[in-house]
Design a protein around this ligand. Structure first.
Ligand SMILES: NC(=O)c1ccc[n+]([C@@H]2O[C@H](COP(=O)([O-])OP(=O)(O)OC[C@H]3O[C@@H](n4cnc5c(N)ncnc54)[C@H](OP(=O)(O)O)[C@@H]3O)[C@@H](O)[C@H]2O)c1
Length: 248
């Protein structure tokens, strides 16, 4: 159960030896999060569609501190087997970063409904399955953290073209809010990180100078902060603007 509110909590949680799962860590934001958390002393479990293709992190970790495991957000049972392997290796789970995601154009008039389904499954249902599988361990942690890499597209819609992506990310934000209620009494805190343009493969098509986009390493810093906020400092939504566009 949650520690007594009468005990003073640290300004930030100690990161050393905490166990974190990160999905989609092969590249982009997830890779930057893995690098950051490994450097902070977490024991790191990476869910990857192709673990054999994974290139070692800059922080060299022994097998006692790093697990790479097959994970496909769209495959039933995949989250459960990754979580079980992580618990077996490390004996506990303190945090989950649901980062894996995809983006396709889909509007009311154009777009392939199979791609809409793929976004729903990867961006909304995948994180739900992953948090659900890890939930018993997060409850036991006392300071469990459930972080979703959502998007500013979870907060606002700025064109017709990415209606499907926004639908999936609004759903992910709703899930994150619901986790806040489900986990509060157990010390679980949930956060949705909501960045605008980040310079990764996902934005390769965007006609905007990449120097003006958010760096994946910056998102990783924000994820790290969300993971280490103490139980009495919960931030369920963290919008991050690359450009002056809206008031969040
Ligand atoms: N880039 C942006 O501007 C931006 C802005 C806001 C939010 N986001 C969100 O941030 C997250 C990471 O995006 P990114 O920009 O880093 O994109 P990215 O470079 O395209 O990387 C996407 C990651 O998700 C993984 N992935 C995709 N489908 C998967 C599945 N079915 N199962 C497991 N893993 C899967 C990919 O693995 P593979 O290597 O195997 O394909 C890859 O590791 C996404 O949720 C995205 O929606 C991105």
């Amino acid at each position: 159960m949650e520690p007594s509110v009468l005990m003073p909590l640290p300004a930030l949680l100690k990161t050393r030896d905490r166990v974190v799962l990160i999905s989609g860590a092969s590249r982009g934001i997830g890779r930057a999060v893995a690098e950051k958390l490994a450097a902070q002393g977490y024991r790191v479990s990476l869910g990857l569609r192709d673990p054999k293709a994974f290139k070692p992190l800059k922080t060299k970790l022994p097998a006692s501190r790093l697990l790479t495991h097959p994970y496909d957000a769209r495959a039933a049972g995949s989250a459960e087997s990754w979580v079980a392997a992580t618990a077996k290796r490390f004996g506990r789970i303190d945090a989950v970063v649901a980062n894996a995601g995809i983006s396709y154009r889909f509007s009311i008039e154009t777009g392939d409904e199979a791609e809409l389904d793929a976004m729903w499954e990867t961006n909304a249902k995948g994180p739900m399955r992953l948090f659900r599988a890890a939930w018993p361990y997060l409850k036991k942690s006392g300071t469990g953290r459930a972080v979703a890499v959502a998007s500013l597209s979870a907060k606002r819609v700025k064109s017709a073209d990415f209606a499907g992506y926004a639908m999936s990310k609004y759903a992910l934000l709703a899930l994150t809010h619901s986790l806040r209620f489900a986990g509060w009494d157990y010390g679980i805190r949930s956060s949705a990180i909501c960045p605008g343009y980040v310079a990764t493969d996902m934005t390769a098509h965007v006609k905007l100078d990449r120097a003006r986009m958010i760096r994946p390493e910056t998102v990783a810093e924000i994820v790290a902060l969300a993971l280490s906020l103490p139980n009495n400092a919960s931030s369920v939504e963290i919008p991050v603007n690359a450009l002056l566009e809206h008031s969040y």
